[in-house]
Ligand binder design. Sequence first.
Ligand SMILES: NC(=O)c1ccc[n+]([C@@H]2O[C@H](COP(=O)([O-])OP(=O)(O)OC[C@H]3O[C@@H](n4cnc5c(N)ncnc54)[C@H](OP(=O)(O)O)[C@@H]3O)[C@@H](O)[C@H]2O)c1
Length: 206
Amino acid sequence: MVLIAAAGENNALGKDNDLVWRLPDDFKRFKALTTGHKIIMGRKTLESFPKALPDRQHIAISRDKDYIPKFPCTLVHSLEDAIALVGEDETAYIIGGGEIYRQAMAFATDMELTRVHGTFQADTFFPEVDPDQWELIGERYHPKDERHPHAFTYLSYKRKKGGPKALCPSKVQLGHRHPRAIDQIFQDPGIPVDVKTVARLALGTQ
Ligand SMILES: NC(=O)c1ccc[n+]([C@@H]2O[C@H](COP(=O)([O-])OP(=O)(O)OC[C@H]3O[C@@H](n4cnc5c(N)ncnc54)[C@H](OP(=O)(O)O)[C@@H]3O)[C@@H](O)[C@H]2O)c1
């Protein structure tokens, strides 16, 4: 499960349900990475697209059982149900927005973060990247040029080995259906308290 995002230095993600920059090479990379894969997004991010992105299965999340998406896609009503649609060995991308990133960070094994060099006015923000959980394994700088009003750096992170574990989807599915199994997840000392809190929220358990 790969979380993919572009965020300013102040973690800005977007404003008025749109992005606050146009960076064609970052779009190109997003397309190259996500094409052929499932992409998981919140209802507001889905609505920010004029039409479906080609060659990707869109999985949109809304709490509203009566919601009708603006174009055909797979609609689910919890993050857990979205994750349950992804096979164990399958690569899927969590593509935002802020509300979904905050909940999904606990489930991601990898993160592709484009850090846009600037401070932007925004109403949606990316969560802080916890250096205890995430190891930076690659970075590539892209300078500002005539097509790109801001410089940016592609940052690739992997969840740290031996550190806190990602909640694997099968465990979450199991936990959702079997409350005793979810107790085991919450008693696992390898999973930190903040991750357990996010998992509780995602699963709707107390
Ligand atoms: N820079 C980037 O990389 C990037 C990427 C994506 C998006 N964005 C920007 O981010 C902004 C949108 O982000 P956002 O945080 O406002 O919204 P969002 O995360 O895209 O969607 C939020 C919606 O998702 C649904 N939802 C969230 N958690 C849920 C859960 N656990 N169970 C069921 N449904 C759930 C709810 O839909 P209902 O209200 O229908 O229940 C909620 O209102 C836009 O400005 C967009 O342009 C930026």
